[in-house]
Design a protein around this ligand. Structure first.
Ligand SMILES: Nc1ncnc2c1ncn2[C@@H]1O[C@H](COP(=O)(O)OP(=O)(O)OP(=O)(O)O)[C@@H](O)[C@H]1O
Ligand SMILES: [Mg+2]
Length: 292
């Protein structure tokens, strides 16, 4: 079986951890990225989720899947250093995440481009922030390489308002890759793309990630996308009322992807174990993720 935690009966029971819990500020756990007992409560009596713990190793690609509102973006924002959790800690490379950093590239659920800058200028801005010592020609070459990667060279001098939603999302992806971060945080990066472009960019992403040993944390609603790209898939449950008692959401299960890493989109459906894994995740989403 591909799960490395026991399958839980209640979708909202506290998350099973992959390592002993600790409140210590300096983490001694293994793993490049560590999340320890994270909880977020906008309303104190109804935390969105609680006790979320997991680690991500260097070079690992981890996806998180769960229904709308379970707290996926909130977790990603904490990892990005853009939000603070109510409880728990997040560490990268042994240091607690305390704010945004150019070591982490983020692709937001809704693209976050500067509307007064062109595609070229948006990406160049990030590149110059990361490498202030670079001269203009070096920035230029680097920017064009990443714009070409997402197939937008023809629109490089356009402003975001002149682009479609999918094109804006691709600019966000190019910008995140261009700063060569230690960690990529992707919030439904392909949500606004048509199926063809989505496939092309998934292949591109997989190629670069394998080549550069990039560490990735990605939110997706697409089960096939998660199976294609990730080494492990975190299944997250929503908070729910059960017998008049509110139970926060959390990490319900971690699915380890045992398909060969060299898989491609075209042969995914023919790989032994693919349908079992897919059905397992879909069953979770249908019957366990949001039990009311
Ligand atoms: N600033 C905020 N103030 C109050 N509630 C918030 C705030 N931000 C998020 N929430 C609530 O927290 C919950 C989790 O939000 P989050 O955006 O993390 O969900 P998500 O899992 O990413 O959902 P989706 O799949 O729709 O993007 C939601 O119920 C949302 O309404
Ligand atoms: Mg979200």
């Amino acid at each position: 079986m591909w799960s490395d935690t026991d399958q839980r009966q209640s979708p909202a029971a506290p998350a099973l951890t992959e390592f002993p819990a600790s409140h210590a500020k300096a983490s001694s756990m293994t793993g490049f990225l560590k999340i320890e007992q994270l909880g977020m409560a906008y309303q104190s009596d109804k935390p969105v989720f609680s006790d979320v713990s997991f680690t991500i190793d260097k070079g690992e690609f981890v996806c998180i899947i769960g229904h709308s509102g379970c707290g996926k973006t909130t977790i990603l924002n904490v990892l990005a250093g853009l939000d603070s959790a109510t409880t728990g800690h997040a560490f990268m490379d042994g240091r607690e995440i305390a704010g945004p950093s150019l070591e982490r590239g983020v692709v937001f659920q809704s693209h976050a481009l500067m509307p007064w800058l062109t595609v070229r200028q948006n990406i160049a801005f990030a590149v110059k922030s990361k490498w202030p010592e670079w001269k203009a020609p070096q920035v230029h070459v680097h920017v064009e390489k990443h714009v070409a990667m997402v197939g937008l060279l023809h629109a490089i001098d356009k402003k975001p308002s002149q682009l479609s939603g999918g094109m804006k999302q691709r600019v966000g992806i190019a910008r995140a890759f261009a700063i060569q971060p230690k960690m990529l945080l992707l919030d439904e990066p392909f949500g606004a793309l048509d199926a063809l472009t989505r496939g092309t960019i998934q292949d591109e992403l997989m190629g670069i990630v394998r080549q550069t040993q990039q560490t990735v944390f990605m939110i997706t609603h697409d089960v096939d996308e998660a199976i294609l790209l990730s080494d492990r898939i975190l299944l997250m449950s929503n908070g729910n009322e059960s017998d008049g008692r509110y139970v926060p959401g959390g990490l319900a299960e971690v699915v380890v992807n045992t398909l060969p890493r060299e898989r491609t989109r075209a042969q995914l459906h023919h790989l032994p174990g693919y349908y079992d894994m897919r059905n397992h995740i879909v069953d979770f989403l249908v019957s366990r993720a949001k039990a009311h």
